[in-house]
Design a protein around this ligand. Sequence first.
Ligand code: ARG
Length: 330
Amino acid sequence: MDLHILDHRLRVTSISKNGLANFTHPLIKLIFLRNRTRCKFFSLTETPENYTVVLDEEGFKELQPSEHLQVEGSIWLPLNVVSNGNASSSSQAVGVTKIAKSVIAPLAEQHVSVFMLSTYQTDFILVREQDLSVVISTLEEEFHMFREVAGESMPVQCQDVSNGLHKNGKEAMLTVHPVLIPQNQFCVMSLDPDTLPSIATTLIDVLFYSSSPKEEAQSNQDLDTINFFSFSLIDGYISLVMDTEAQRRFPADLLFTSSSGELWRMVRIGGQPLGFDECGIVAQISRPLADSDVSAYYISTFSFDHALVPEEDIAGVRDMLHHQRKEQSS
Ligand code: ARG
């Protein structure tokens, strides 16, 4: 298997709910006017708390400093696993489940904090630039590693920081965070970038005007669902994660999903905002999912983490999480 360190230097930011109006101009440019920006990695996720924007330095330049904009201090680099087609594993599972044991667990054991971004196309594992040498020496046994530089993949030189590694590192005894399982059903979809203009008005409506007073009243009645919508445009590929209610607002023929067309349920991880330094949060959720071969997408946002699992697996996942939490408190 190959692991690529992509040529994007990313910032993780959040825009406050009240501050969105101050940022619609740059966001519309980043989403719809691709030829006006050199941004190649852009992701916007709305949650009840805020809007998380993950974007490269070119895109970041578009965002003016503001009291409404919070910026995590580090540069993050996206890693991406490319399986070279030798189906050595019998698993049909998709998403983070495939990389839980080979990437996520070893990084957690070395106390490397990650920030996950699953999309329709692939799963990006963001790591801090300053952790890169530990990341490389942790993963180079398992993977052929490449670093992308100006569109070319260069093999990564062997590292010798092995004495900096935590020998047979165990995940430090972890905080088990509270979880929430909202009732909405989600779909993970894509769209041909050339047809983006056809859904522009709907997308603008959903992204920027979704909390009109009318709908706020509606959604307040419905405390069991969560307001979650994610759009990303990364290296020319679009990915959308939305609940079935939002999906109904889009023209039915333009968005596509995998042939099985499955629906997903969400597990939100975190009671208090999770911050960026703690490691092992993703590992703690994805490892048991991998053990039981349950597919999962995983989207970190500025405040919380979100795992998506197939609808038919949510009961089992709820039991697993419940068990994990009981064990912690006993
Ligand atoms: N750093 C966590 C981990 O390594 C995942 C990200 C949690 N933080 C957040 N703001 N979403 O497992």
